[in-house]
Design a protein around this ligand. Structure first.
Ligand code: CNA
Length: 256
């Protein structure tokens, strides 16, 4: 349920106060930060889960059985990405970094939009669509290689070294998270005095544990997400509104 304008305005004022008071902000972002760029999320109505069977297709085993399906879904995301620009919320995080407030973006997204917005310290917990790795010999490839092979009719694309199957460098259900990324994410989350969760349902673990590290260490939590999350009751502010609208109001008030 969306909030009244008056309530929203009060919350934006409070959010600005928390940002101004904070020394070390960390943001955890999810697919909801990119929907206004035209990239569907998983769990919103019309999201990718309404088209694909997640447990089968987004799993490590499912990929080995039907690699072409992940590539088709990846192509759908890439198609959206080609036409898209970072959203106002991506720009907000870059701005907070420029202001010396935001230290790190921890993202569950694989779309590279934080980097394109200019954020310099981005931890990609679930990998990236921009690269792939041969499951047989370990050779790395930029996504342009996979795109070219697919355009030539090779689906799934194969390694030019050993003809092995190339897997996009994204974390699927059943895959371990990149150890370094998860470790650093836990450290920066624990150091943060303000954690901004933007556009995440906070149901995918272990990423969903990250805000609890900030809270356990005395930091504050702000959640901006259209749907309820499990963390709402422990957050200092919960804003259930579109991120673009929240950013417009925040930029207006802050005059950065
Ligand atoms: P999710 O579970 O799909 O949740 C997204 C949340 O964002 C939902 O609760 C929505 O209510 C909310 N939301 C959607 N649009 C907006 C908006 N404009 N303003 C505010 N809130 C909004 O996605 P999570 O990231 O929580 O789940 C983790 C998965 C999704 C990760 O493994 C990602 O790799 C995966 N994913 C990533 C992308 C991407 O890279 N852009 C796209 C689709 C899925």
């Amino acid at each position: 349920m969306n909030q009244s304008n008056e309530e929203l305005d009060t919350q934006i004022t409070e959010l600005l106060r928390l940002i101004n008071e904070a020394d070390t902000i960390v943001s955890l972002t999810g697919a909801g930060i990119s929907t206004e760029a035209g990239i569907p999320d998983f769990r919103s109505p019309g999201g990718l889960w309404s088209k694909y069977d997640p447990t089968e297709l987004f799993s490590a085993d499912g990929f080995r059985r039907h690699p072409e399906t992940i590539y088709k879904m990846g192509a759908e995301l890439q198609e959206g990405l080609r036409k898209s620009e970072p959203t106002k919320a991506h720009v907000l995080l870059r701005k907070l970094e420029e202001l010396g407030k935001l230290k790190t973006v921890i993202t569950q997204n694989v779309d590279n939009l934080h980097q394109r917005a200019g954020s310099t310290d981005v931890i990609e917990l679930h990998g990236t669509l921009t690269r792939g790795t041969c499951l047989k010999c370990g050779k790395n490839f930029p996504h342009t290689y996979m795109d070219e092979r697919i355009a030539e009719g090779e689906l799934p694309p194969l390694c030019d070294n050993c003809q092995g199957l190339i897997k996009p460098d994204v974390v699927l259900f059943g895959d371990p998270l990149p150890v370094e990324a998860l470790h650093r994410a836990t450290l920066v989350a624990a150091e943060a005095d303000l954690m901004l969760v933007l556009g995440s349902s906070l149901v995918v673990y272990p990423a969903a544990e990250i805000p609890s590290l900030t809270i356990q260490n005395g930091g504050k939590l702000v959640i901006i997400n259209l749907q309820d999350t499990f963390y709402d009751r422990v957050a200092t502010i919960v804003i259930k509104q579109k991120l673009g609208e929240v950013c417009d109001m925040l930029f207006d008030k802050a005059r950065w």
